[in-house]
Design a protein around this ligand. Structure first.
Ligand SMILES: [Zn+2]
Length: 376
């Protein structure tokens, strides 16, 4: 069995459902310490964060990942136990096989190989792992980034191993992320009998025209390398269940995915303006999930593009689609950030998997990126 397969299996066998690390980081930290890395836990609450470095000063290249996984869902829905890594028909199955214990194992092998080949390399090679990416993502990289800001720890280049690829490993490189902003709206009406609408105020009727305006709006036409910003209503709830009662309130949850043409604050202002114009009585609670970022076409993107060209004979598509990741906390430190990892077709699903031939190629990819950036 290859080293990267063995290590990925060891990680999958540790049932690290977010935010439980289940011993993954201790295993990796032991290995990296033996390879000469300085390993430090920067834990907050029950969340484990491993910061491992080799070398000093110069450019700081950080590989970023997470050891936690999403819950597997019902065991019966899986062909094999989600925490018993299983090889079948050229694939490795298990929770975290694609998101992202394979990338984490590949990072560790790439780092070991890199320092064995270049023990006195210039610059700083680092690995940052958290056990809180899939959950609340509060005590993970968000807090570590605050700590880095306070202590002056710089990061110049960051490669996260999130599963970015679409159909084949390396076909897509994420070079930024949209922002995410959630709102929880409660429209207040006056409860009453449907036969006496003049004595009540129907919050559903009041909310609908405002929601129609918000959802029909073209927020922008897109931004270089980003799709157009969008507002989606995800939940609406109102009513007592009886059909003769006008409800007293109506709850609406919605989410924006937006490009760098906007900041959360500006979107919030726009929404309040519409609700006020419609004369609604309401409460609105916001959760700012992360501002958008875009890594300009500089040294990191050029290096990764060249490595992919060299290994796969084709340059990747470079875009900013998909959900959010911890990269959003590292980018504001001034780092160039990209996401490059396995095919994402099975992530968060039952029978999560990675193709063995792609798993075998990952360590060399990450190692080549480190060599281009630190040895150039
Ligand atoms: Zn992930």
């Amino acid at each position: 069995m290859s080293e990267v397969l063995a290590l990925t299996r060891d990680l999958i066998a540790r049932a690290s459902v977010t935010p439980d690390d289940a011993g993954c980081q201790a295993l990796l930290s032991d290995r990296l310490a033996r390879a000469g890395f300085q390993c430090r836990q920067i834990d907050f609450g029950e969340v484990k964060n491993l910061w491992a470095t080799h070398g000093q000063g110069g450019d700081v290249l950080c590989f970023l990942g997470h050891t936690d996984v999403v819950p597997p869902g019902p065991r019966e829905a899986w062909h094999s136990d989600p925490f018993e890594p299983t090889v079948r028909d050229g694939f490795l199955y298990g929770r975290g096989a694609a998101d992202m214990k394979s990338s984490v194992a590949a990072f560790v092998l790439a780092l070991e190989q890199f320092v064995a080949a270049h023990p006195d390399h210039p610059g700083t090679l680092a690995l940052l792992l958290t056990s809180d990416e899939e959950g609340d993502a509060i005590d993970g990289v968000r807090r570590v980034a605050e700590h880095f800001r306070a202590t002056g720890q710089r990061i110049d280049f960051c490669v996260t191993g999130e599963p970015s690829s679409k159909e084949l490993l390396g076909d897509l490189l994420r070079v930024g992320r949209r922002g995410t902003l959630s709102g929880k709206l409660t429209v207040r009406g006056i409860q009453g009998h449907v036969a006496y609408p003049e004595k009540a105020r129907n919050p559903i009727h009041q909310a609908l025209p405002a929601l129609a305006e918000l959802t029909a709006r073209t927020w922008d036409e897109g931004y270089p390398e980003f799709p157009a910003s969008s507002l989606q209503v995800s939940n609406i709830h109102a009513g007592t269940g009886a059909n003769n009662v006008i409800p007293g309130h109506c709850e609406v949850a919605f989410n924006f995915r937006y490009n760098p043409g906007w900041r959360a604050e500006a979107l919030e202002r726009e929404v309040h303006a519409v609700l006020d114009r419609h004369g609604l009585e309401y409460d609105l609670r916001w959760h700012r999930g992360g501002e958008p970022f875009l890594t300009a076409d500089g040294r990191l993107r050029a290096a990764v593009r060249a490595v992919l060209q060299e290994h796969f004979g084709a340059a990747p598509e470079e875009n900013t689609g998909g959900g959010t990741s911890d990269a959003r906390f590292i980018a504001p430190l001034g780092a160039e950030v990209v996401e490059l990892g396995p095919v994402n077709a099975s992530i968060h699903k039952v029978n999560e998997r990675i193709a063995l031939d792609e798993l075998e190629r990952l360590p060399a990819l990450y190692r080549a990126i480190a060599e281009r950036l630190l040895l150039a």
